[in-house]
Every structure is written in C-alpha cells, then in structure tokens.
Design a protein around this ligand. Structure first.
Ligand SMILES: [Zn+2]
Length: 593
C-alpha cells in the first residue's frame, strides 16, 4: 500500500512542439514504448500555458466554457474510469517527435494538473481512457503493440499489456516490456527531445493545522528577519490556556494576545508567534522514540536508548494506519538517521492488522445501541470464557459477527478442562507408565509444539482448538485409567496450565497455584521434548460394506491415500474394485460397493 501511495514511476519526459508557434508542452509518460501510437495530445484545463493556447486558438469561446465547467468537478469525478470523458478541441496541432506527424491538441479534464506535467501524449490504442476519448471524438486509433495472446487488434478496447512493437519504424519487433522503452528513451535523449525521468505520486505533507490541540509550531514571524526559530531556552512553546478553543473562525491561538505578541529571537523587535499547531501525525511519527526516554529535559531522546530498543518487533494496528501514520514514521526515522541522530533504518519490523467484530450486522456503536457489553459476560460466564471466545471465534485478522451462543461453548470447555485436571491431580500415583500414558505424553508434546507455533503466527483460534483436543485426550485417559505415573501427572498439570494461561489467565493461574503452590508467572513457557513428539498409533478398523473385516495398528494423522496403500499391502483391498471408499481420519476406512 505504501509503495502504491508513493507511486514511483520511471518513464520519459519530452517536449511536444505546437505547430506555427513557439510553444512547447512538456509531457511525461510511463510507456515510452507506445510513442508511435500517439495520435493526439491532451492538456489539463488548469495548465499554465492555457493563456498562450487561448491566444492562438480560434475556438476561444468553447475553451473558456469548458474550463469553467471543469473547475466545478471534483478530482475523483475527473479521474473516474466509468464517467464519460469530455473535452474540447483547441484546433491547434503538436508534432509527434518520432513520426513527425501533426496531431491534434485537445483540452480534457481527465488530465490532472497535479499529476505528471499536467499534459499527456494520448495513445488510444494502448490506454483505455485515451481510447474512450478517441472513440467519442472520432480521433485516429493506432495499434503499435501486438497482443501475444490474441489475434486481431484493438477494435473493442485498448490493449494495455506488453508485446512486440509494430508500426513503430526501426523499433518494430522489439519487446515493449524489455527493450523498447529504453531504446526509445535513448533516441529521445540523443535527439535532444527528452530524457528518462522518475516521478512520484506522493505529495507534500502539510503539517500545520488551524486548531487548538496539537503542539505549537516554535517559529516567530518578524517583519525584519522573516521566519525565525524560537530560542532553545524558550522551548517547548506551550499551548496557552484560553476560553475559546474552537476553530470556528480561524486559528484559536491567534485570539490570545499574550501568546501571539513576542519579541523576535534574533533582533529583539516586536514580532508575532506562529499560531498554527502541528498535525497530530507529527507526534505519532516519533512518540515511540520519546517513550524510550520520556523524562529527558535536555533533548528529544538519548540515542543510545533508540539504538538499543528499536526497531519495534511487532506493530499491531488497524489497516487504516498502513499508509499515513506508518509511512510518516518511516520518514522521521530515515531523516533522523541521515542527520546522524539514530542508527536504525526502520521503526517497525512487522505489522499485524486486526479484523473487526461486528454485532447485529454492523460495526459496534454506542449510539446505535449494538454493543456487546463485557461486564454482563463477566457476571454470567466469567472473563476467561469471554476472552477465550473472542480468541476462538475467528482468526484475528478476519472480521467476524458476534454470536451470543458461542461463549457458552467456551465456558463449558473451561469447566470440563478444570474438572479433568482436578481428576488427574487426584489420581493415585505409581512409578511405571502404561501405553495410554505414553500416548498422552506424545499428545501433550504435540500440543506444546502446535500452540507455540500458532501463537507466534497470531493464529489464536487454532491454538484454542489444540487445547480443546488435548482436553479430549485427557477425558479419554481418565475414562480408562485409575492411576497415573507421577511424572506424567506433573507434566500434564503443569504444561496444560501454562499453555492455557495466555487464553484463560485466571483459571489457569488458580489451578496452577493449587497444585504447585507457586505463581504460574514464575514459570517459563513449556518446551517440546522432541523424543516424545512422534505420531502415536491407533487401531484402524477396516470395513467392507459396513462390516468390520480387519483391524490394524496405524500411525495417527495418516491421510486417506496412505491408509488405502496400507490396506492394499496388508489385505489386498483395491480401491478401484469398489464404488466408493469412506474414510474417517484416525478411526475407520469402509470400502463400499
Ligand atoms: Zn527580527
């Protein structure tokens, strides 16, 4: 998004000579490879040469009317692809510098004064807006690039892709994407007509605002010295206390005489303080540096802190910040780096944009009354159940609709898990391990591995579902066992609590405290025992037409094709001999027909 906002384009800039005059119009194009297809030129109604063109043209009345109607349209309306293009013929001609043909010069408001040079070479064969315009006003359309994927040409629309050049004199046969542009730029340069040029869509950022909030700009206007910086010992310039801080008629600060009237920091004569304040984006562009040294009264920050802590590992924020705030922050950091004030290149390593939870079909809003009130759920279900449900309802990057029923499910899960862990802690301890315990240990290690990986990728919903799965394994274990080895008891209680802690901190802390008499926060995140992570096995039931024919030990997690291969090798069951095969992972395979 930032790249698009900056809008760097490399192309050619060259001059179009207006015939029978000494006027030349500068144009910029990102597609110099299509220059032979230029059949007219367009200048924007606000172009600085408009007066000269009016003087030369015999179509003055129409031009004046057109300019005045264009001035009432918004930029958005003028840029629109779907709106019908309008324009007016100047009756003048310019020379295509490569073909030396005279082509008509038009005025049209789809060309904006702020973009490029405010004038374009129009190539209707290969630009859709130029195409629509040429069709409407019966201007010649010329094909100069062949579409490699289509026979025929541009009867219905412009071809804006790349391909081999045609109708382009010496440049015929060159590939438009690779060689043609650079060759044509070389030709323009050698003939002193133009040159290569890089342009940007990014515009200047006006940082001043006529409002009360925001930092005063520490500058003073002096009649004699001009704009002068406030003396360092007078910084920071603080906002004055004023009664009327609304900006209904201009800058609120200008109404405070004690604020406005000062002496010039240079000559000492009476002068006036700048009354605009800075845009809040100025502050948000470097607060993360000041926060590292907030009490420093000598300077903005001590650079050692910045070099030590920045860049920020993880930025979490709405996608609406992706362009302005995050881009300005980068500009600030890069400028400070160039001024040798910091040694970092970028403020943030990574951006994560969260989705929005909707309620009753729209964004939650107090005034619309569609709000999920957390306090109600604290009382009815508990803060842990609410938190767990929010994490479980969808990946955090997605938008999702609030579902009142879902939180009941997470509450039941937490209660069941609590019951299970209490049962585990009360089981009689023995020294040896049976195969169920070995399986439980493997599940536990797989869960540690999976939850850790999902947490790092912000996939909280999947991590919660891992916790639900291990809870089912514990349920199975309790059903079939009345004793447990002390080692597995401890690792189950400890690790499940630790894994649950980020999602349901209250319940997990409580269970932990009861079992181990220490605070859960004093313990490290569990690590995986690599030897106990391999897939455990299960008894696969093999059916033919719904009747159990065989059973075999298989590794958990095997997919259908792998299981089919296993059944072929052991029982000579061939998939092709049956109408269909029904497979339930880690349970059963049924050959039907
Ligand atoms: Zn002065």
């Amino acid at each position: 998004m930032q790249k698009n906002w900056i809008g760097k384009s490399v192309g050619a800039q060259f001059n179009l000579e207006v015939t029978d005059s000494d006027i030349s119009i500068e144009v910029f194009t990102t597609r110099p490879d299509t220059l032979f297809g230029m059949t007219f030129a367009v200048i924007s109604p606000e172009h600085k040469l408009m007066k000269n063109i009016l003087d030369l043209s015999k179509n003055q009345e129409n031009i004046k009317n057109y300019i005045s109607s264009a001035s009432s349209k918004s930029e958005f309306e003028r840029m629109s692809i779907t709106k019908e293009k309008t324009g007016v013929d100047t009756g003048l001609f310019v020379i295509n510098p490569l073909t030396n043909e005279s082509i008509p010069l038009w005025i049209a408001d789809y060309v904006l004064i702020n973009y490029g040079t405010g004038a374009i070479m129009a190539v209707p064969g290969h630009d859709q807006r130029d195409y629509d315009f040429a069709k409407k006003y019966n201007i010649e359309i010329k094909q100069v690039i062949k579409d490699p994927n289509k026979e025929g040409g541009i009867e219905l629309e412009a071809y804006t892709g790349h391909g081999e050049l045609v109708n382009s004199d010496n440049f015929d046969g060159l590939n438009s994407h690779e060689e043609a542009s650079s060759q044509i730029i070389k030709k323009l340069t050698e003939s002193n007509i133009g040159s290569a040029k890089t342009t940007y869509r990014l515009r200047d950022w006006l940082i001043s605002r006529q409002r009360y909030w925001g930092c005063p700009i520490p500058l003073v206007n002096c009649n004699k010295c001009g704009l002068v910086a406030e003396n360092i010992e007078n910084l920071p310039v603080k906002l004055p206390e004023i009664d009327d801080y609304l900006n209904t008629d201009g800058s609120p600060l200008s109404k405070s005489e004690s604020f406005v009237n000062v002496n010039c920091p240079e000559c000492g004569n009476p002068a006036t303080r700048e009354t605009d304040t800075m845009d809040t984006f100025v502050d948000s562009s470097w607060y993360f540096m000041r926060y590292l040294d907030p009490k420093n009264s000598e300077k903005p920050f001590n650079e050692e802190h910045i070099n030590n802590w920045l860049p920020v590992d993880q930025y979490i924020g709405g996608v609406e910040h992706a362009i302005l705030h995050l881009l300005y922050s980068r500009f600030f950091v890069k400028a400070l780096r160039d001024l040798d004030m910091v040694k970092v290149n970028e403020p943030f390593e990574n951006l994560f944009s969260q989705g929005m939870i909707n309620f009753k079909g729209s964004k939650m809003s107090k005034s619309k009354g569609n709000i999920v009130d957390p306090e109600g759920y604290f009382k009815s279900h508990g803060a842990d159940a609410l938190r767990l449900y929010i994490l479980f309802m969808a990946p955090p990057s997605d938008g999702v609709e609030w579902n009142d029923g879902g939180i009941e499910g997470t509450r039941r899960f937490l209660f069941k898990l609590w019951d299970n862990l209490e049962t585990i802690s009360e089981l009689e301890e023995i020294d040896s391990k049976n195969s169920d315990e070995e399986k439980l240990e493997i599940y536990l290690n797989q869960t540690i591995d999976s939850v850790t990986k999902h947490l790092e990728k912000f996939e909280f919903n999947t991590a919660v579902s891992d916790l639900m799965k291990i809870n089912n394994q514990i349920t199975d274990y309790i059903k079939n066992n009345k004793v447990i080895s002390s080692e597995v008891k401890k690792s189950t209680l400890q690790n499940v609590c630790l894994l649950l802690n980020p999602f349901a901190p209250h319940i997990s802390s409580e269970i932990f405290q009861r079992n181990f008499n220490t605070e859960i926060t004093e313990h490290n995140w569990p690590s995986v025992n690599k030897e106990k992570i391999k897939n455990p096995t299960y008894e696969l039931v093999v059916q033919v037409n719904g009747k159990k024919k065989h059973a075999i030990e298989a590794s958990r997690g095997l997919q259908q094709t792998e299981i089919e291969q296993l059944c072929f090798e052991n029982f000579k069951l061939v998939v092709k001999e049956y109408k269909k095969v029904i497979f339930v992972q880690d349970k059963i395979i049924n050959y039907v027909g």
